[in-house]
Design a protein around this ligand. Sequence first.
Ligand SMILES: [Fe+2]
Length: 526
Amino acid sequence: MQFRCLVDNAAQGFSKILNSKKLTPVATTPTNINRRRFFALSGAGLALGLPGCGTVATQQTSPFRHGVSSGDPLADRVVIWTRISTDVERDAVDVAWQVSTSGRVVREGATTTTAASDWTLKVDVDGLTPATDYTYTFTALGHESVIGQTRTLPTDGTAPVRLAVTSCSNWIAGHFNAYASIAAIDVDAVIHLGDYLYEYGNERAAGERRHDPDHEIVTLDDYRKRHAQYKTDPALMRLHARHPMIAVWDDHESANNSWRDGAQNHQTEEGDWAVRKAAAIQAYFEWMPIRGFPTEPEARIFRRFRFGDVVDLHMLDTRLYGRDQQATRGDAQTINDPARTILGSEQRTWLTAGLADHGGRWQVIGNQLMMGQLTYPDRVVLNPDQWDGYPMSRRAIFDAASVNDIDKLVVITGDIHSSWAVELSRDPYADVPERIGVECITPSVTSPSARERSVALERERRLIDELPHVAFVDQTHHGYLLLEIEENQTVAEWWFNPSVDAPSDAQYLAARYVTRGDKRLERLPS
Ligand SMILES: [Fe+2]
């Protein structure tokens, strides 16, 4: 917080905004304010209690307790987000925002937030310049937020694209050191592949970090409280303030192993799944820097981002939108049922159409589940929750890659709490596999790996060692995946944190692979 007359600055800012004929605030949360209401609510003219201001504070403590974030960058726009925490009960709070580049304000506006959105607010700031770094701030109740940094996407050109890829941060499993590491590096965007939060209570809490509320989250109020808690993590707050995020959910933003009409971790005594699912989705859209709200037809969780002439990023939802229920292990008849889907027909059509329009760019599919085969030698799948359990859906993607002559396909994956580099093919056990692309799987931020949970049986360890299409696997460490994508090659780096037992941004490079549009992976020195 800078000690200056923020009320005066805020009032001047609002005055400038309100006198401007050109500026149309593009608030996604509700109504724009009028001058009288602003002065009534913000308390311009009341005391701020800061040195030199000579007035009384409208609120003693900063209302920006959950930081700021940005997300879903496009070439001309980006979503900026914050949340207002008030010390006293209010009907509404007016919030001003500014977006700047090179020290010059280029967009500004005002909006209002209320309890209807849990006091969160998002602004889809348009009119921006491609491939440009911006800063943004919010002002409310006499206080100014921290300064956020963000970046728009390029419309053309072949400048390298750097993406940090992350998933699976369980609050009670340790400190979010991967987020601290990502906050300290330069990337174009952070890709979050889900399990941003976990629905569990504290039965599995081992250390001092405990979930709030102290029980499995089920209601809208529960989901909101859990999002609020995660947004107070210092490392996560730094990451959000530093980079734009492109996020999708996995299962734990609702409940473990969720699918369209249920979840493994949803029991009938917990109420109607449709109500719980809607609550989880609403809280996600309120608290994440993602475009729109679930009631808006254009606010789809699956969406696409183009980074100039280098990358198309297709972000998938493999959980709540279209997935049929998971089969049980060994139930080959159900698993191979051609009518079963993991994406749903609309999302599958959307994805295959996007892949057909590849234009020679890298096609990166951001998804939750391991796409490479993980089967016993007798072809029995280890985990029917993964793409192995939906082979017909996987085949549709592989067909789209083949039919459209895509040479540069990279699938990025979370969920499995371990690091993998996989060469994708229709049948990796064939004498001459028909190659499709590569898959890079990020380790978890904190969520226990199979080895930590002591469920990686020796039999599975030996099996994985013998899988012909797995170039690299680590089932122990936490960290993140870093992609550097150039026109003719993609380098994938696995960065590990030495520990998650105490806050730290220490990291080391564990593995480095390159793929050059030949659907193969080559290890590089690390
Ligand atoms: Fe997870």
